[in-house]
Design a binder for this molecule. Structure first.
Ligand SMILES: C[S@@+](CC[C@H](N)C(=O)[O-])C[C@H]1O[C@@H](n2cnc3c(N)ncnc32)[C@H](O)[C@@H]1O
Length: 274
């Protein structure tokens, strides 16, 4: 069988399994499995594949057919300028979270050595992006999940970026002061989880998805923020305006909501000026 025939077969299989982007996923899996770029899949489309090559690709395609997320199968995923190791220990970093980082960086711009804490760090995505894009920053990354912290530690080592990693519940045990508290906390409601795609519902950690403790985090952040420090939170699109109102009630200044690339209210920020 040629590469083109295997690619066609994998695409049809993934389509039957309900994968949203079967051709793209088949290409990415096959390219990774064969050690080729996606362009090379086309320049070598007549190349016959050996039985060993087909067997190796089949294992990965079958995993995708079970709706395991592509990022877990490939084992890495792009986030801003970084490539992060990804597996079932932590949430896959999302494009909307890149906007959280953008706002976080804007709010610490001009500070030489801002102290930053990322609450619920997962793969380390936000913490590592801030560390790499604001080289003076001192970044602490907290998570309740030891598995997620282990993955964040692997990512930090691989990227040669320094983080202080802490196992903990939100900001418990931290004193600050921090110039930035940033978080993409769990915000899926219990009612919503069953309606999510199988890739999310059945594969990503529940602890990373379901939760409603963001107002508590916003309230406690006042304790650890330096005067003038910023709070940046990713929010459920349906709850972002209510969260912004909560920040105002809590006494934050300059509260605003930034939409994601799809135009949904997504990132809520404020400054602690007291
Ligand atoms: C939505 S994920 C975000 C992961 C990563 N920051 C990102 O944006 O890709 C939420 C993370 O918060 C962690 N978490 C959940 N409850 C927590 C708590 N009470 N304290 C600290 N971390 C918590 C989860 O383990 C998970 O890693």
């Amino acid at each position: 069988m040629t590469l083109a025939e295997v690619l066609g077969g994998a695409t049809d299989y993934l389509e039957r399994k309900g994968v949203e982007t079967p051709r793209l996923d088949a290409e990415l899996i096959l390219a990774r499995s064969l050690g080729l770029s996606r362009i090379e899949l086309y320049t070598q489309h007549d190349r016959p594949l050996s039985e060993a090559e087909r067997a190796a690709a089949r294992v990965l395609v079958e995993r995708r057919g079970k709706r395991e997320p592509l990022a877990y199968i490939l084992g890495d995923w792009g986030f801003r300028r970084l490539v992060l190791a990804t597996d079932a220990r932590a949430l896959i970093p999302r494009p909307e979270t890149e906007i959280v980082v953008e706002r976080a960086l804007a709010l610490i711009e001009g500070l030489d050595a801002p102290r930053v804490v990322d609450v619920g760090t997962g793969t380390g995505a936000i913490a590592l992006a801030v560390a790499s894009e604001h080289p003076g920053a001192w970044v602490t990354a907290v998570d309740l999940s030891p598995d997620a912290l282990a993955l964040a530690a692997e990512n930090a080592a691989r990227l040669e970026l320094e983080l202080e990693l802490r196992e903990g519940d939100l900001l418990a045990g931290l004193e600050g002061p921090f110039e930035l508290v940033v978080s993409n906390p769990p915000y899926v409601t219990g009612d919503e989880i069953d309606g999510l795609q199988p890739e999310v519902r059945d594969w990503e950690p529940r602890l990373a998805l379901v939760g409603d403790r963001t107002p508590e985090l916003a309230a406690d952040a006042r304790r650890v923020l330096a005067p003038g420090g910023a709070l940046v939170l990713e929010a459920h699109a349906g709850h972002a305006q209510a969260l912004a109102a909560t920040l105002e009630e809590l006494g934050y200044a300059d509260v605003c909501v930034t939409p994601d690339l799809a135009g949904r209210d997504r990132v809520v920020e404020g400054r602690w000026t007291r």
